[in-house]
Design a protein around this ligand. Sequence first.
Ligand code: AMP
Length: 497
Amino acid sequence: MTLVLGIDLGTTYSAVAAVDAGGGPVVLPNRMGEPTTPSVVAFTSATEAVVGRAAADALPHDPDNVVALVKRQMGTEFGMRFHGVAHTPESVSAIILRALVADAHAHLGTSGPVRAVITVPAYFGIREREATYQAARLAGIEVLELLSEPVAAALHYGRGGAVLVYDLGGGTFDTTVLRIDPAGACVIATDGDPRLGGADWDERLTDHLVESFVRVAGEPEHEDEFVARTAAAAEDVKRAMSTRLHHRTTLRDGTTAVTVDLDRDTLRTLGADLVERTLEITRRCLRAATERGVPHLDEIILVGGATRMPAIAEAVSAAFGRTPRLVDPDLAVVLGAARRAHQLAGAGTGTARSVVPRSFGVLISDSHDPDGGRVVEHLVHRNDPLPARSTVRLGTILEGQRTARVEIYEQAGDIPSTRVEDNRRVLDGVLTGLPNTPAGTPIEVTLDVSADGLLSVTAREPSTGVELSLRAYVDGVVDSAASARLTETVAGLTIGQ
Ligand code: AMP
């Protein structure tokens, strides 16, 4: 039987849900009976890995063979090696996915193929989305759709109107304005920071705890181990502080023990600039939404485990004059993904519309510029509704030019810019077989970004119909030989918990 799942592949925690016989989405607990699984992999040998809580527990003792926060590396060429075997962000994510799927099967008592909606942050670009697809493929999962996390959360809440989703997860922050109506959810504007999340509060707290220890007892004797242990404890301390005003924790190094008293104000001060960064990004997103005709919000929804920190709701409420809703912050995304997966696997109806996460354009050389000025002309723009399609008519530069190179760039920074260095190349190809024509012969370049964010490009010479089609999403993400090797590596691993 084919299993249809919603999967939230989170930076720090992941979760799986499915629609049950009653038609409602339910979270499928892991083998330990927990609703979420730490997105951590520990390589215990060349052929064995452990995923989840046990892997997270192994991190302080064996940091060289344990990977956490791998989602931050998605879409990069970050290489890793464990027990002599090469890994990539895709293969490590695939191992997490395999463990999640195995647990879902174990919980339901099923086996067989899996089709899934996997959620990704709204601001994930083509590279990161492609890396997520790769991870799913390596894990043997058929991807029904990569769904933007705030859209998933909105699908779960299902209330109408203009909604701001403020999503502070373990390692990523994103903020999105959506309009929800009976036809589905439509993203109006989105913004975010892929390197900002609960883990930053853990780091601040770790530094504070280590400094507090050093002030009383001097430098720890076993420093690396001490810092690693304190870092592992910091997250629990942070969570405890969400429900308590004070917390006392004892740090040990050999026979030395130091007790540190913490209160909520200390944590608030440690993270004040981090909160301000999220508010600044949220303001930017609201400005973009206003420009797109959504000046008022009906609701603010807090999503992501880190929004349980009381300082977040307080700051959001003070900044935007509205009390935010904090319901199921850890599970809204996965439950929405399960609903969407059920929809797609069943009727195949599309109700979730999203926007282009970053601007895309074509590299053009200005033949009138004596320096051969090269700029990126964006054809589809950040926050354009998906699917998006745009065509530009360019001209050949040289007399009798037989080939034309087509290079597609994606906006790299926060603000779209035509400067080549502010963009990164995502596709590259050569249109060949051009007729022997004068300079200025038109070439039509069409960019198409599909509903789930995949980019395809065609370059066409209209008089002959000679055409170049580019569909390999990106430069530099795993090539097919490496992909075959990684599939073998991932499939060959015994994965435990
Ligand atoms: P997510 O990526 O949405 O699973 O969020 C995970 C992040 O939420 C991690 O940084 C957790 O430490 C954090 N988190 C989970 N529960 C709490 C809590 N009760 N208080 C503060 N942070 C929490």
